[in-house]
Design a protein around this ligand. Sequence first.
Ligand code: GLU
Length: 320
Amino acid sequence: MRRITKEALKAIMNEAYTNCREDNSGKNADYIPYLAKVDSNLFGIAICLPDGEMMSVGDCDYIFGIESVSKVMTAILIIKKYGAETVMNMIGADATGLPFNSIMAILLENDHPSTPLVNAGAISAVSMVTPVGDSKSKWENILANINDLCGSELTLIDELYKSESISNFNNRAIAWLLKNYERIYDNPELSLDLYTRQCSLGVTAKQLAVCAATIANNGLNPLTKKQVYNNGISAKIISMIAAVGFYENTGDWIFSSGIPAKSGVGGGIMGVLPGALGIAAFAPPLDGAGNSVKAQKALKYIMQRLGVHIFGSERLIIEN
Ligand code: GLU
């Protein structure tokens, strides 16, 4: 067991911030025009504890594009609806080892499921949201679930949605390829549109930290006290995050950081340490695989200072 006080945890978070803030490497995503324009200097770290206490430093109230972090939330929604076994059979829980938007992964695994945490599986996951065929109600269900997990309302960044909708040709190809392999369960264009919309939601680092803490807390939102889900879903979703949260770099990430985390090209990263804490960091410049440079560095710094690893035997106990 590794015990740490809240004060000490906060000090480590602040150190991580100071230590990483000068790193100017990486570059904003530019294949979505809106993201290229976001201020590259923004940086924040937020930690939410299972008792609802929030600690944060830097730009944690700035609203940025949630992008692929939303894949986690909608994966939870469909696991809740259909059960983990069905989701594994209809989509999968496997790592692709390939980039987030890989067409090759679909071709290679056409007889084999992948995961709701890459673009193809995420579009497929959106297609499974009920009621099938009803875009408006499906969107309401997607959004309500994300709001429940984050403990407050997210709003669409309209400019991002438009920007992404006029440039998402690769994802359109993915949606139709899924149709070809009978791995999409609603209209491909409708599914693609809802997927694009969920990626264009604006979120803050604090909201992502609450979502992470809800997952760390077995579905009980520490802020609102709402039981968003139950039945062991946390173990399933954390397995998926651990397997593919950083796309082709996931093995290196989990090996070196010790915390399952999901990244998005908006610069956000959401990490879950089961039973202990939820953490989020945000900084727009990305590495070659599409993961925020500063956010990765900050999470790694904190985990190293805490001296725990998800697969290690030491459990983290945070005390007053
Ligand atoms: N909306 C982005 C896309 O589909 C999400 C990618 C990501 O954040 O990894 O390309």
